[in-house]
Write a new protein. Structure first.
Length: 255
């Protein structure tokens, strides 16, 4: 599995912003959009590295990329499950990334399911696994086949993962998530109204993509303004790093 620690990401450009917006509009699966975006900005790794990274590594890289585009501060909203009050949340990228690095190549975990103890050996789900699962009639079965390298019942019987029932599948899925630190980021919150403590997942990719989609019209206006003011070609404007494009757009607006 490739490493994501210290991976070189080139700055986000308008071309990638446009790519995300068009992929969302076309209904492309989330995992496929993540692969296309990371393939464009990973330097030198490209698509091969994007597919070889684990789900958690991919989420961590998206958080790093988002920080270069929108800054460290992240604003989100969560609903209290008890009183339904809407909580405004302010987060930082470093807080979400924590201290976890790359996941281990392989882990073993003890799980309980179907009234028995099990020992499972597995590796984290990668982008390539997700791609294969997207084309399958039973995506969960594909992920289990790809990622579970050993399954032994408590009495020593080696169990084919293909024969795992719903409860055992769910237990293995939890073990897969635990094996990959950033595969599912969870926020521990407390409601100021009713004092209820609860945890909610934070979808890093979904949040980032929503921010980019919200600026889709602005991107087109910036491209039009720069083309009109400086007579630059669209492809050259879209190739500019996001921060530089916005600086030029501000200069064009001041003329």
């Amino acid at each position: 599995m490739p490493t994501a620690e210290g991976a070189a990401l080139r700055p986000l450009t308008g071309a990638e912003e446009l790519l995300v917006g068009e992929a969302l509009a076309a209904g492309m699966p989330r995992a496929a959009i993540v692969t296309r975006l990371l393939a464009a900005v990973l330097d030198p790794g490209g698509e091969a590295q994007a597919l070889g990274l684990s789900v958690g590594q991919r989420e961590a890289l998206l958080l790093r990329l988002r920080r270069t585009a929108f800054g460290d501060r992240i604003e989100a909203v969560a609903a209290c499950p008890r009183c339904r009050e809407q909580l405004d949340i302010e987060l930082g990228t470093a807080e979400l990334l924590g201290t976890g690095g790359d996941p281990p190549e392989s882990v073993e975990a003890d799980i309980q399911a179907d009234g028995a103890s099990w020992r499972v050996r597995l590796r984290p789900v990668t982008g390539a696994d997700q791609t294969e699962a997207l084309a399958a009639a039973d995506p969960v079965a594909v992920l289990l086949r790809c990622c579970v390298t050993g399954l032994v019942r408590g009495d020593g019987v080696v169990w084919p993962v293909e024969q795992a029932g719903p409860a055992l599948r769910a237990a293995i899925d939890t073990a897969l998530r635990d094996a990959d630190p950033h595969a599912e980021i969870r926020l521990d919150l407390a409601c100021p109204g009713c004092r209820e403590s609860f945890a909610v997942p934070f979808d890093a990719a979904g949040h980032f993509f929503a921010e980019l989609a919200a600026e889709a019209d602005l991107l087109l206006r910036e491209v039009a303004a720069l083309a009109r003011s400086f007579h630059w070609r669209e492809q050259d404007i879209l190739a500019l790093p996001r921060s530089r494009r916005k600086a030029y757009a501000a200069l064009a607006a001041a003329r």
